[in-house]
Design a protein around this ligand. Sequence first.
Ligand code: CA
Length: 225
Amino acid sequence: MAAKILIVEDENAVREMLSFTLKNSGFDTFEAINSEEAFDVIKKQNIDLILLDWMLPGKAGIDISRILRSSKETKDIPIIMLTAKSEESDKVLGLESGADDYITKPFSPKELVARIKAILRRVAPQAGMQSVNYGQITLDPSTHKVMDGNNYIELGPTEFKLLHFFITHPERVYSRSQLLDLVWGRNVFVEERTVDVHILRLRHSLKPESAKYIQTVRGAGYRFS
Ligand code: CA
C-alpha cells in the first residue's frame, strides 16, 4: 500500500512539483497551504509522513511541528522540514521542534525521495514484531534473537530479514529478483547474485538440519520448506 504524504507548502509551484515528484515515486499525496488545511487533512487521513514548509502564512512550520508533537494522536507522524534557511541554528531549532529531518531549498527531488524512504523504513517495522518459528528455528524480531534448537545463532541484518521472510512465507518459490524486492526493498540497486551470497551465509549459520529448509530450485530461485 502506498504511503500517504502530506505536503504543507504555500508556494503553488513548489507544492505542485513536490506532489508530482512523490506521485511518480509511488506515494499518495495530500496538499495543504496552511496549518488549518494541514490539521484538517491529518484528522481525516492516516498520514504516514509530513513535508512541512518552514515559512507559511499564519502558523509557521515550526509551530505546527510543535503542536503535532504535543498530541498523542499525531506525535509519531514523521516530519521533514522544508526550508530556505540553511543556518545551523535554524536547523537545530527545526529539529528541536520535533522534526525528524530537515531539507534546505533548493533540493534535488531524488534526495528528498531518498530521505522520505529512509524515514519510512525506520518507522515501519512495527508490523510483524511477534516471534515466529519453523522446525527448530525461532526468530524474535523484537529482540533480534534467533534460536536454532537450543543455541542462539548470530545473523547479519540481511540474513535476519531473509530468514524472517522465509519463515513467514514458506512452501513457495521466490526468484532472486522477487527476493530483492520483498526482502531488500524496491529501488535497491543490488545485483541478483547478492541474494546467493546471503543465502549461503544463512545456510552456514544454521544447523545443517535447519539449513536444509532453504532449497535451491534450479532455474527458478529459492524455496523454504
Ligand atoms: Ca513558504
